[in-house]
Ligand binder design. Structure first.
Ligand SMILES: [Zn+2]
Length: 137
């Protein structure tokens, strides 16, 4: 059991410069918990924070960071999904307001292992990055 003082590691698996797990509060939590004040500064960090929001079932954040042109009306989380980790394969900056992030996310549900491999498109509008859509690989 972790000590009560042990900070919760960030679900996205990011490491500090000392190669220790970053705490959620120091990583994606900065954006997920403070969406209005602190938008994710680039597409990769938005992608990571959206993964963490999936793990923590934060539909409010997922919808708020979905571009209005593609945003679903509601969001349902797969019951019993156990997220295993995120691997960011590439972060391609196309221009100041467009970027692509390729990632692999893994989870297990009902004894079945699921691997999501997607190249996602992001756009920046009025200083905020949004997820637009993605191609499954
Ligand atoms: Zn994180």
């Amino acid at each position: 059991m972790p000590q009560p003082s042990t900070p919760l590691p960030c679900p996205c698996g990011a490491l500090s410069p000392r190669r220790t797990p970053l705490a959620y509060a120091d990583c994606c939590g900065r954006y997920v918990e403070h969406f209005d004040a602190t938008p994710a500064p680039d597409a990769e960090r938005l992608m990571r924070s959206r993964y963490s929001a999936f793990v923590r079932e934060r539909g409010d954040y997922l919808l708020a960071t979905w571009h209005a042109s593609q945003r679903p009306a509601t969001l349902a989380f797969e019951p019993g999904a156990h997220w295993l980790g995120l691997e960011v394969r590439s972060h391609r900056v196309l221009d100041a307001d467009h970027a692509e992030v390729e990632f692999v996310a893994r989870y297990r549900v009902a004894g079945r292992a699921v691997r999501l491999h997607e190249k996602s498109r992001f756009v920046r509008e009025t200083g905020r990055w949004y997820y637009v859509d993605g191609d499954s690989r």
